[in-house]
Write a protein that binds this ligand. Structure first.
Ligand SMILES: Nc1nc2c(ncn2[C@@H]2O[C@H](COP(=O)(O)OP(=O)(O)OP(=O)(O)O)[C@@H](O)[C@H]2O)c(=O)[nH]1
Length: 441
């Protein structure tokens, strides 16, 4: 060999040694029995904590406690060369249970047989990677537990266009949709007339801008049945919108069947605002509705009428037929009132045998016509109480606010009350409309 070739070889050898020392992974060259021939600084740093006596002379001895199988693996590797192990994870704190709860400290080891006399080990610290994988597995397990235990929510992943990106058991449980729903816009959970594709896009934009978008209304199950649902859409946090591929999950939609809660709220509301005996509105509901109506009147001038009805000689009915019969008569009056007036009118029982009706957009004359009709009807049809006909009549007093007139509720009620007083005074079974004369009287 020429001296030039020698020099060339020496330079290459030097470069190789330099690479071994500077390589960003741990490299250890050993004899076939593990005796260390060459070790680079990273390997020394990784293996030194494992050395019992502070000396690193043999790779197998250094790893004896944490990877005792290594020596054995090598002894049984009979091929002249090749990979003995590839990316073997060596857990450095795998011993006591307390140690297992600590952050993992894991080395990855690949061991190559170069020839009959030499081994090369590649070592790296993969603790962070193992920690992340463990975290991912935990999150997966957590999500799975959530998806299998939730029964009244559907958790739906949506892509950037609002199409269902994945199927899970909660979707099946709440909506009955199968995995075939994947790829369809989430409006598939809405009845045909309950949303449009533009609204779907609007909701996604709203979720992007505010962090969430919420709406409640009719929803559709796969079998076509409807339920009252609440839908919340929120973008998946910390996702760079530009990095999301077509069809990948970008939003989370939580669909909840709220029919039962709504029924409960409605029932509670009803019991708080309705009269327990007759089922019509109670005094509280009447006053709230009346105040609201008069406020609206001020904004949009229109007439409003108020009628107060009172059963005549009701004490005598109770005395003659008993209190339960009196109750039945009151129920019958409540029914007659509800059947006579419009949906927009507020029919309420405001006292023992006294009812009030608020008629939005009605004049005094209009209210009088309906009140007369009801008075005649009640007088004409006795109430059957346990097979006994009980005759009853009613008196009514009416007051009204003209369009553009400003009157508070107190004054309106007082006027209707004075008219009612006049109806009673003038013989009962009568309808009287308020006039200034009543105040004078
Ligand atoms: N059955 C029954 N009676 C009630 C109820 N609330 C009030 N009353 C009775 O209604 C009667 C009202 O009597 P009054 O205020 O003297 O009036 P009235 O006998 O109808 O006479 P006029 O109103 O002057 O025609 C009383 O006897 C009350 O006990 C109720 O919920 N059920």
């Amino acid at each position: 060999m020429s001296s030039d070739a020698h020099a060339q070889l020496a330079a290459e050898h030097e470069a190789l040694i330099q690479f071994l020392y500077l390589a960003p992974v741990g490299l250890v060259q050993t004899g076939i029995d593990g005796e260390i021939v060459m070790i680079n600084p990273i390997s020394a740093q990784l293996l030194m904590p494992l050395s019992r006596d502070g000396c690193l002379t043999n790779l197998f001895t250094a790893l004896e406690d944490v990877a005792p199988e290594l020596r054995h693996l090598c002894a049984h590797f009979t091929r002249p060369n090749g990979m003995i192990c590839d990316g073997l994870h060596i857990h450095l704190n795998s011993g006591a249970p307390a140690a297992r709860t600590r952050a993992p400290h894991v080395l990855s080891l690949s061991l190559m047989k170069l020839d009959g006399a030499r081994l090369m080990a590649v070592l790296s610290d993969v603790s962070e990677q193992v920690r992340r994988e463990r975290q991912l597995r935990q999150s997966d397990a957590w999500l799975n537990a959530l998806l299998t235990s939730i029964t009244d929510y559907a958790l739906v992943g949506l892509d950037r266009q609002g199409r269902v990106s994945d199927w899970n058991a909660t979707i099946g449980r709440v909506t009955g949709f199968t995995p075939a729903v994947v790829g369809q816009p989430y409006s598939v959970f809405y009845p045909g007339d309950a949303t449009t594709l533009e609204q779907v896009q609007d909701r996604l934009r709203e979720a992007d801008a505010n962090g969430w978008s919420l709406d409640e209304g009719p929803r559709l199950r796969a079998d076509g049945s409807r339920f009252l649902g609440s839908t919340m859409i929120s973008p998946i946090p910390d996702l760079d919108p530009d990095s999301i591929a077509e069809g990948e999950t970008a939003y989370c939609l939580v669909l909840r069947d709220v029919s039962e809660q709504r029924e409960l709220i409605d029932t509670r509301r009803k019991s708080a605002f309705s009269d327990h005996l007759t089922g019509v509105a109670n005094r509280r509901a009447f006053f709230e509705a009346a105040e609201l109506e008069l406020t609206r009147n001020r904004r949009t001038p229109r007439p409003t009428a108020l009628i107060l009805f009172d059963a005549d000689h009701f004490k005598q009915i109770n005395d003659r037929h008993g209190h339960p019969a009196g109750d039945q008569v009151l129920c019958q009056l409540g029914k007659a009132l509800s059947n006579t007036f419009r949906q927009v009118d507020v029919v309420a029982r405001v006292g023992g045998e006294e009812f009030a009706v608020l008629l939005p957009s009605s004049t005094l004359a209009g209210a009088r016509t309906v009140a007369e009709r009801l008075r005649e009807l009640v007088a004409a049809e006795p109430v059957m109480c346990d097979g006994v006909p009980v005759s009853v009549t009613i008196s009514a007093g009416i007051a009204a606010v003209d369009a553009g007139e400003h009157l508070d509720l107190d004054t309106l009620i007082k006027r209707a009350d004075r008219a009612l007083y006049a109806a009673k005074a003038n013989g009962r079974n009568r309808v009287e409309c308020w006039s200034g004369d009543h105040d004078a009287a």
